[in-house]
Design a protein around this ligand. Structure first.
Ligand SMILES: C[S@@+](CC[C@H](N)C(=O)[O-])C[C@H]1O[C@@H](n2cnc3c(N)ncnc32)[C@H](O)[C@@H]1O
Length: 218
């Protein structure tokens, strides 16, 4: 698995990054979304984005996860002030230890390109979302400056997203209302999508759709 270098880790945990993340990156990445209920952030790093997310959305509680134990410790320290509204846990985004249909929102901020097989992280994010829940975030695209930065800043193979791959991956998943928007000269992409209503397969292979509110009814 590619790992962030110490340089990137200290950049991600710095006060300057936290200020920019809260004031600039988070509102931009959320694209007007103000969720409530229970959310999950994958690859949350220092917890800087999660802290601003919780400040911004008072009716939201967050499960904040990262694969790197150092980042989990850091996120824990960042988020203690939120008490029970923030639970921090170590989890691999490609193999989430949560039940299906659990979260109202799943957020992924600049982390997919760190995951070898990021497609699996998208599949997992969709699996743990409840029908009608939102997947939201942003990531970096495979462009020359990003390739250069990651050669310097990471160990292991780069997993940056080739242009168009995120869109095609989302289109394969049980999500609707997919919107992706490029920014910063095509180096960044924001995305938002809604988990589709439950789909059942009839024996003949015909899909039967029913809305989420009807789940469990006979
Ligand atoms: C560039 S940092 C972004 C941190 C945070 N999302 C933010 O915007 O401040 C990427 C994070 O993804 C984490 N990460 C990498 N691979 C992961 C995986 N498979 N599962 C969970 N987290 C992962 C790294 O440990 C790192 O903290």
């Amino acid at each position: 698995m590619p790992e962030m270098s110490d340089f990137f880790k200290s950049a991600c945990t710095s006060r300057a990054y936290s200020a920019v993340a809260g004031r600039v990156v988070l509102p931009w990445a959320l694209q007007g979304l103000r969720p409530s209920g229970l959310g999950l952030e994958i690859g949350a790093g220092s917890g800087a984005m999660a802290a601003r997310f919780l400040d911004r959305c008072p009716d939201l509680a967050l499960v904040v996860t990262d694969y790197d134990p150092q980042m989990v410790t850091c996120a824990h320290a960042t988020l203690t002030r939120f008490g029970e509204r923030a639970v921090v846990a170590r989890a691999d985004a490609a193999e989430l230890p949560f039940d299906d249909d659990r979260f109202d929102v799943v957020a992924s901020f600049g982390m997919l390109h760190h995951v070898a097989g990021w497609e699996r992280a998208i599949a997992e994010a969709v699996r743990v979302l409840r029908p009608g829940g939102r997947l939201v975030g942003y990531d970096v695209l495979d462009t020359a400056p990003v390739r250069w930065a990651h050669r310097v800043g990471e160990t292991g193979p780069s997993t940056t997203l080739a242009a168009g791959r995120l869109e095609s991956e989302l289109a394969r998943r049980a999500v609707t209302e997919i919107r992706t928007r490029r920014a910063a000269g095509g180096t960044l992409v924001r995305f938002i999508a809604t988990k589709a209503a439950v789909t059942l397969r009839a024996p003949a292979g015909q899909p039967i759709r029913r809305p989420a509110r009807d789940r469990g009814r006979r």
